[in-house]
Design a protein. Structure first.
Length: 185
């Protein structure tokens, strides 16, 4: 015999007390100007390799100054990563943003800036703790001018996933990772 449930005994907090809005994250890089120099050095190293004496032993070659500089620039670029956490917005919040945007008579790009200003919830640098933030419209506008359209689009895509997508994780990630780790031995 099945137990009969009493609908009047339902306790919302028991079931959903720890519920929160979905979030997503995207990484942005603040030192984007390094990319052109990194690419130049990579091309130079490839040219140097092609011009090198084919009789020379690869094992005897010292690391070139270009390779050392490349390694330094790559590290600087990686260290410039900031993970940006964006939260889903409620229908009411999205409606208010849409109305404010329409009243402003600004271009469509302005809507994205307004959405991101409302949805950015936290930031994290490598090796640091996640830091809750509240970014203003002006902050996000300045950020967009500094990091460019492609990275702003990545943040907006993360916002769209948080707002409209089902929260998902790659259930096989650890299995795949442990499989790779075991093949290195």
């Amino acid at each position: 015999m099945t137990k009969k449930l009493d609908p009047n005994a339902f306790n919302f907090s028991d079931w959903f007390g720890d519920a929160n809005r979905p979030e997503e994250s995207a990484d942005v890089f603040t030192r984007n100007s390094l990319v052109s120099e990194i690419n130049r050095l990579q091309r130079q190293i490839e040219e140097d390799d092609r011009a090198a004496d084919p009789e020379a032993s690869l094992g005897d070659e010292a690391v070139s100054a270009n390779e050392e500089e490349l390694a330094e620039l790559l590290q600087q670029f990686v260290d410039s990563k900031v993970t940006v956490y964006v939260k889903a917005l409620t229908p009411g919040e999205r409606t208010a943003i849409r109305k404010a945007h329409e009243a402003s008579k600004q271009p469509d790009e302005d809507f994205v800036i307004r959405i991101l200003a409302a949805s950015i919830a936290a930031l994290r640098k490598p090796g640091k703790e996640r830091t809750p933030v509240s970014m203003s419209y002006g902050d996000v506008l300045k950020l967009a001018a500094q990091i460019g359209d492609a990275q702003i689009e990545a943040l907006f895509n993360a916002y769209r996933q948080a707002t409209s997508g089902l929260p998902t994780v790659d259930a096989d990630f650890l299995l795949k990772r442990s499989g790779r780790e075991s093949t290195k031995e």
